[in-house]
Design a protein around this ligand. Structure first.
Ligand code: SAH
Ligand code: SF4
Length: 370
């Protein structure tokens, strides 16, 4: 790493600080506490990228902030726009050269959803997932999680639009990085910070049972999505190694606890893999598992990844699977291969760029953004 960037790493990333921590910092510098609120307003309401833009702060405070802190840690190193122009994926480099992805999805009904990463890589090793195939590098700091949202929100606001939703469904397992993820959710939703309603924030987990219970006890209104992908332990353990530690019935108990505590509907994610988990038998067992639970199932035909030989299910299989769920009165949606489906394979841009730089081939369905 170059000397200049090493210097930057040592500086405090302002996005890493809660309002209390920011207050402690400025008060420690002999400034009144209200200055912290002003700084937060510049960071999260005006979304400035330099201290010089914080024009209502005294010169001495601006100089100290410039010397000892930095605004953000992400460097944008790649971007792809889907052919319909409604999905953009970004690749960011962190100060220690880790790469992470974020996705912005625009929907016709006006929703603007940011899909963000919580870790560089992932330790959970789900066999079909591009991120899982990379292995785990490190947890992201809360500021690195928050900044992904700030960059999309800033871009939308400059175009007269606004970000409406955030899903923690990018690279990594959010509940494995519990503390920083929770700090980030609080900063995203605090009206004095980004002010995105908790009901518009959804966390997706592979099913870490103790952490789901802890999350349920936080008193938040954030949504929960659980990656199920199979309805028998034998099948699920083949796809998601973490199932050996937290089998399906334990996951379901924790989910019921979450629903009881929060009153919120849970989403289950199911990547349909041809001849693997798309059988009527799996659909029937899933129906039995979920009947009577306040929930919804997202059926996502698999996005093929380099390290896994599976293929997406055929449309007739998908329809039959969904019909079987309906017989059990379980609601479901089939997600087409865009938006949430492209990001469902988050980690693929990083993998693609590595491949792409070798072959110069354009990833399927994606064109370079201007
Ligand atoms: N670690 C969390 C959140 C990130 S993954 C989790 O696993 O839930 C977000 C979603 O994408 C998960 O449901 C995951 O199973 C799914 N996913 C990963 N790779 C995929 C692929 N190749 N095709 C379809 N869905 C995939
Ligand atoms: Fe990690 Fe989620 Fe990918 Fe599994 S699906 S390896 S938990 S990011």
């Amino acid at each position: 790493m170059e000397a200049a960037s090493l210097e930057a790493v040592k500086k405090i990333n302002l996005y890493d600080l809660s309002l209390e921590e920011l207050t402690a910092l400025v008060v420690g510098w002999g400034q009144p506490a209200y200055r912290a609120r002003q700084v937060a307003e510049w960071l999260y309401k005006h979304k400035v990228s330099s201290v010089e833009q914080m024009t209502n702060l005294p010169r001495a405070l601006r100089d100290r902030l410039a010397a000892e802190t930095r605004i953000g840690a992400l460097e944008r190193v790649g971007e792809q726009l889907s052919t319909d122009g409604q999905t953009v994926k970004r690749l960011f480099r962190l100060p220690d050269d880790q790469l992470i992805e974020s996705v912005l999805m625009e929907y016709d009904d006006g929703r603007r959803t940011a899909c963000i990463s919580t870790q560089a890589g992932c330790a959970m090793g789900c066999v079909f997932c591009a991120t899982g195939q990379m292995g785990f590098s490190r947890h992201l700091t809360s500021g690195e999680i928050v900044e992904q949202v700030v960059t999309f929100a800033r871009q939308l606001e400059q175009a007269g639009d606004r970000l409406s939703n955030v899903v923690l469904m990018g690279m990594g397992e959010p509940l494995h990085n519990y503390e920083n993820t929770l700090k980030a959710i609080r900063r995203l939703s605090d009206p004095a910070e980004l002010g995105i309603g908790q009901r518009h924030i959804t966390l997706s987990t592979v099913g870490l049972v103790p952490a789901i219970r802890r999350f349920a006890d936080e008193g938040l209104q954030a949504g929960l999505a659980v990656s199920l992908h199979a309805a028998t332990d034998e099948e699920r353990s083949k796809l998601l190694p973490v199932n050996r530690r937290y089998p399906i019935l334990e996951v379901m108990d924790a989910v019921r606890y979450y629903v009881a505590r929060t009153g919120r509907r849970v989403t289950f994610e199911w990547a349909l893999i041809r001849g693997e988990n798309d059988t009527l038998e799996q659909a029937r067992r899933l129906g039995q598992l979920l009947t009577g639970l306040l929930c919804h199932v997202n059926l996502i035909p698999l996005n093929p990844t380099g390290g896994y030989g599976g293929a997406p299910s055929d449309p007739e299989r998908v329809a039959a699977f969904q019909a079987e769920l309906k017989r059990h009165r379980v609601s479901s949606t089939v997600r087409v291969r865009r938006g949430i489906d492209i990001q469902a394979g988050c980690g693929q841009l990083k993998a693609e760029i590595a491949r792409h730089s070798r072959s110069k081939r354009q990833p399927e369905g994606m064109v370079d953004a201007p």
